[in-house]
Design a protein. Structure first.
Length: 478
């Protein structure tokens, strides 16, 4: 911990952790003109594939953050699973329930991108926006007063910020420093191995699944990773086992559980082991420090929800910090982060655990398109009869006269949308779209938040200007 003679680095927001959560938050803050510094304990970005599935709602978020084209360029759809037994293909397994794209939901299936590539793309976007990441910065202590938070590191100057965000993973040093507990359960007592390897003797058109043989220690799956030559190996072990992460150890597991020979595994590029668990932080805020991502909730990887829920934490928090720091909105707006995101995280933990245990299919529940904030204090609906979209709901996409609503929503701003009404509108200083009809919305006036959820909805704009001023918009009445 530094001394009183240290030089102190000042920033508006300190983001601890350069994983998908921290980088997505930093991108969102940078495009709002917020001075944010990301610090990362490691000397480089995470090298493995771990969280490889980008769910449909996160694809919409990435569209807004300006990285979806890059994500699409390096990834691909999930392959069909092939089940093997004694060297013979004995069946197929569809990992996800199918869904058809529609005008209001253009992305329906997960998109496979190794986690290291997602982080690389977010890092490049952050750099493009003028943001910065400092590597080799291990946090050791956090102090705060009514106005600032100060972080101290093993090496380098302390950093003082208006707010700090813990995005430093399930073993969060920030969360421990704050004394915030996590409540949860062991989802599965069996240890798991996950590794990125090079393999010969398997096609890249299928996800190869090897169920446990009689007397076997557990299942094995070998999934070709989109856009690169690596395969992701996942293997389950008996309770109490310590998986061997070496090349020889992984070769033995693959050879024992499949028809492949040990030498068919030619290289191990990254490997890790873990025990599937589900845990939720007791709170998401302590003073001027907020928790996001795995620091706030830890999922089983089976449902493909951890990275996605985490990125959406960042997306919810970014616009709120921006409004408080840039638009003089009261700090009570930041309070709504925990109000909105903690119930969602709790719900998605249940989904992840259910998928892991075979109780829930990967489909409607895991796409995250139906999540919303109807119970939030930020959701105001003044209509006599609610339409298909209510305040707090995700604002659907639609194409009107060749223009996508998502393209109008895109950017760090609110959007005022009217459907099937010529009602006069207050001047809010935000993009406005008038469309004659849209089945996904129904008739009404909608003020869409910067994170793509409906904040205010009404038959007429009565009360809209008051709500807009509360959100920091320079609203003028009719």
């Amino acid at each position: 911990m530094g001394t009183g003679t240290d030089t102190i680095t000042h920033t508006e927001v300190l983001v601890v952790g350069a994983g998908p959560t921290g980088l997505a938050l930093a991108v969102d803050l940078a495009r709002r003109g917020v001075d944010a510094l990301v610090v990362e304990r490691a000397d480089a970005l995470f090298p493995g594939s771990r969280g490889k599935g980008i769910q449909p709602r996160t694809r919409e978020v990435f569209h807004d953050l300006g990285v979806l084209d890059a994500i699409h360029a390096v990834g691909g759809p999930y392959p069909v699973g092939v089940i093997w037994q004694d060297g013979t293909r004995v069946g197929e397994h569809r990992m996800f329930d199918p869904a058809e794209a529609s005008d209001d939901s253009p992305y329906t299936d997960p998109w496979m991108v190794p986690q290291w590539r997602t982080q690389q793309i977010l890092f490049e976007r952050l750099t493009e926006l003028g943001g910065r990441v400092e590597f080799g910065r291990e946090l050791v202590a956090v102090e705060q007063d009514a106005d600032t938070v100060t972080a101290h590191f093993v090496a380098g100057d302390p950093v003082r910020a208006r707010y700090a965000v813990a995005a430093d993973g399930g073993r969060s040093a920030v969360r421990r420093a704050l004394g915030i507990g996590m409540t949860g359960e062991t989802v599965d007592p069996h240890p798991m191995l996950v590794a990125d390897v090079r393999v010969t003797g398997l096609d890249r058109d299928n996800w190869h699944v090897f169920p446990p043989r009689e007397g076997s220690d557990g299942f094995l799956s070998i999934c070709p990773l989109a856009g690169i030559e690596d395969f992701q190996v996942t293997a389950q072990f008996p309770e109490g086992t310590v998986p061997d992460l070496s090349l020889d150890g992984i070769r033995k597991v693959v050879a024992a559980r499949s028809h492949l020979a040990p030498e068919d595994v030619t290289e191990v590029r990254w490997a890790s082991d873990f025990r599937p668990r589900a845990a939720l932080a007791d709170r998401f805020r302590a003073g001027r420090v907020l928790l996001a991502g795995d620091a706030a909730h830890v999922h089983s990887p089976a449902g493909g929800q951890g990275l996605n829920t985490s990125v959406q934490d960042a997306y919810n928090l970014g616009w709120k910090l921006g409004a408080v720091l840039c638009d003089n909105v009261p700090d009570t707006l930041v309070e709504t982060y925990e109000e909105e995101r903690r119930p969602v995280a709790a719900h998605m933990l249940g989904i992840s655990t259910g998928v892991h245990r075979g109780e829930i299919r990967r489909g409607e529940a895991t796409r995250q398109l139906g999540l919303g904030y109807r119970e939030s204090s930020l959701a105001v609906d003044t209509r006599a009869a609610a339409g298909p979209v209510r305040a707090g709901d995700r604002a659907p996409d639609a194409t009107v006269d060749g223009v996508r609503l998502f393209d109008i929503f895109r950017g760090p701003h609110w959007t005022l949308l009217t459907v099937g009404t010529d009602a006069g509108l207050p001047a809010l200083g935000v993009p406005t779209a008038r469309i004659p009809d849209c089945e996904a919305y129904g008739t009404g006036v909608y003020l869409v938040r910067p994170d793509g959820y409906v904040g205010w909805a009404g038959d007429m704009p009565d009360g809209l200007a008051q709500y807009a001023r509360r959100m920091g918009l320079q609203a003028r009445e009719l």
